[in-house]
Write a protein that binds this ligand. Structure first.
Ligand code: Y12
Ligand code: CO
Length: 173
């Protein structure tokens, strides 16, 4: 089922999500719905809070070199922790909860993440480049942070001004 994505400035996006304790059917349905929702909206990553569920769960499905996404490459990441990070990378990020806005953000270039899969099994992965960026972007959602909070002061102000203007146009229409 495709769920509704909540968007900025919804206050739920700024709240810390809760640890997943039950690796049950309800969690599996949530993960399946998140995948369907992310694909329907042309996303490559989604955190549970973006579909209004405050749980520490996220999915990532990076495209291959031709730009195609394959379900076999889907990562389902529950209760993640970054245990090691290094380097720095600047990537132009976008977010389904901040539609039509893209901006450069600096993050670690390499991360090691410990997490659980949908059955509660402990896992770990090492990621670099785009996957490292996506993991950090989605993990920020779990702590109630959006990529726009990482913008320099003037860019953030410009974003807020443009956002308010866009919201006014929407109300008029
Ligand atoms: C690098 C940077 C950011 C991430 C986080 C995951 N971000 C997304 O999946 C963003 C998706 C996105 C898709 C859009 O397309 C549609 O909505 C059809 C989009 O365009 C509009 O809002 C119009 C914006 C963002 C991972 C890796
Ligand atoms: Co996002």
């Amino acid at each position: 089922m495709i769920r509704q994505i909540i968007t900025y400035p919804d206050k739920r996006l700024f709240m810390r999500s809760n640890e997943v304790e039950h690796f049950d059917q309800e969690l599996h349905r949530l993960l399946d719905d998140m995948y369907e929702t992310m694909r329907a909206k042309n996303g490559i990553g989604l955190a549970a809070i973006q579909v209004a569920v405050p749980l520490r769960a996220l999915i990532i499905n990076l495209p291959d070199e031709e730009g195609n996404q394959h379900k076999e490459d889907l990562l389902e990441i529950i209760n993640p922790k970054i245990v090691q990070s290094k380097g720095s990378i600047v990537y132009t990020e976008g977010c389904l909860s901040v539609p039509e806005y893209y901006e450069d953000v600096e993050r670690s270039e390499w991360v090691r993440v410990e997490y659980q899969d949908r059955y509660g099994n402990p896992k770990s992965l090492e990621a670099e480049g785009l996957l490292a960026v996506a993991l950090q972007h989605e993990m920020d959602h779990l702590d109630g942070h959006l990529f726009i909070e990482k913008l320099p002061y003037l860019k953030r102000k410009k974003f807020e001004k443009e956002w308010k203007k866009k919201a006014r146009v929407k109300v008029k229409r």
